[in-house]
Ligand binder design. Structure first.
Ligand SMILES: [Zn+2]
Length: 255
């Protein structure tokens, strides 16, 4: 179950599925007081002083030092890096798996699907950027497979939270993308992940990522109902806002 909270004028959302006071995690919204332009990233103006301020403000809610932020360069790939004590090169990276307390992962979104994975026993978490391309390349399933093969984590011990994204009500796709998304799963689930409305096809990215995680053995999955297009007052939407460069974020850290 998700809870909307407000602190330091920032609205953010957490899931109670992780049930561990030592695991900090949050899905930001775009809301900061009356400032409707609260963004944690603006690709059109990355040096914008407000972006730095917003990140500091967001981090301060959780007593996180912004210097501990680890931010990969997202490219809609399915590349995933494991971060232990040393931070590797993070170009062309859309998933990070962090095993070290004190390292804060942050990823950015506007319509793409945010996924957080966490194993309390193994003190390991993953942050995933799953847009349609990453989802089609099974990035969520791949993250679980890496946690299993490289870190010996049994998927039944991993819990997952899937955040707001462009949802089945609004994510219109073509036949080509439909086929790619369907192929990201081992079984044919087209009856439950695609919808037709007025001869248009819509895809449920959250359901596809959930099924990928389930196919890998994850049982506890929390899914946020919000759609970034329908709830555009709460989230940035690349489609609805004419390819906006602004992004909301997810953040996580183990104490
Ligand atoms: Zn919608």
């Amino acid at each position: 179950m998700f809870h909307i909270k407000e602190n330091n004028t920032i609205k953010y959302i957490t899931s109670d599925i992780f049930d561990d006071g030592n695991f900090i995690h949050a899905f930001s919204t775009r809301i900061s007081g009356n400032d409707k332009n609260f963004a944690l990233m603006d690709k059109s103006n990355p040096q914008d002083i407000h972006i730095k301020e917003n990140r500091q403000k967001f981090c301060s809610i959780f007593n996180i030092d912004p210097k501990s932020l680890v931010i990969p360069e997202q490219t809609h790939s399915s590349n995933i890096k494991i971060i232990k004590d040393n931070i590797p090169q993070l170009q062309n990276t859309d998933g990070i798996i962090i095993t070290t307390p004190g390292i804060t992962g942050m990823l950015f979104f506007a319509d793409c699907t945010p996924v957080i994975l966490y194993s309390k026993r193994h003190k390991t978490y993953a942050l995933i950027h799953a847009g349609w391309k990453g989802t089609a390349a099974s990035i969520s399933a791949k993250a679980v497979r890496i946690m299993k093969s490289e870190l010996n984590i049994n998927p039944s011990e991993i819990k997952a939270a899937i955040g707001a994204c462009i949802s089945k009500c609004c994510f219109e796709i073509n036949e080509d993308i439909k086929e790619k998304l369907n192929n990201s799963l081992n079984k044919d689930c087209s009856q439950t992940i695609f919808y037709e409305k007025n001869k248009k096809i819509f895809a449920d990215l959250k359901a596809i990522n959930k099924l990928q995680l389930e196919e890998e053995g994850i049982k506890d999955i929390d899914i946020m109902e919000y759609c970034s297009v329908c709830q555009n007052d709460l989230f940035f939407s690349y489609r609805k806002e004419n390819s906006t460069a602004k992004r909301h974020a997810i953040l996580a850290q183990m104490k």
